[in-house]
Design a protein around this ligand. Sequence first.
Ligand code: SF4
Length: 76
Amino acid sequence: MSAETVVEGQLHSMEGTKKPCRSCKWEIEDPTNPAQGQCTVNRTTMGSIWKRWVRDSANMTCSHHEEGVLSFREHV
Ligand code: SF4
C-alpha cells in the first residue's frame, strides 16, 4: 500500500516511536500542557511558519524529525 509512504512525511500517530515530536527540534512545547505542542517545520512559499498542532508529542512523529533544540538564531 502506498498510503504508508504518503503519511511518513506528515505528522502522524505512532505509538511508542523512537523519534517523537517531543525530542524534535521543530516542536514547541505547549506551556500549559507539555504532552502537547506545535510543530514549526512547515514553511509557506513566502517563508512564514505554518504551525501544526501536536496532539500527543510522545506518540507522534514524521520523517522531518531532527534531534536537538530549536535555535532561534537560525530563524533571524
Ligand atoms: S518535524 Fe515531525 S517529528 Fe518534528 S515536531 Fe514536526 S511533526 Fe513532529
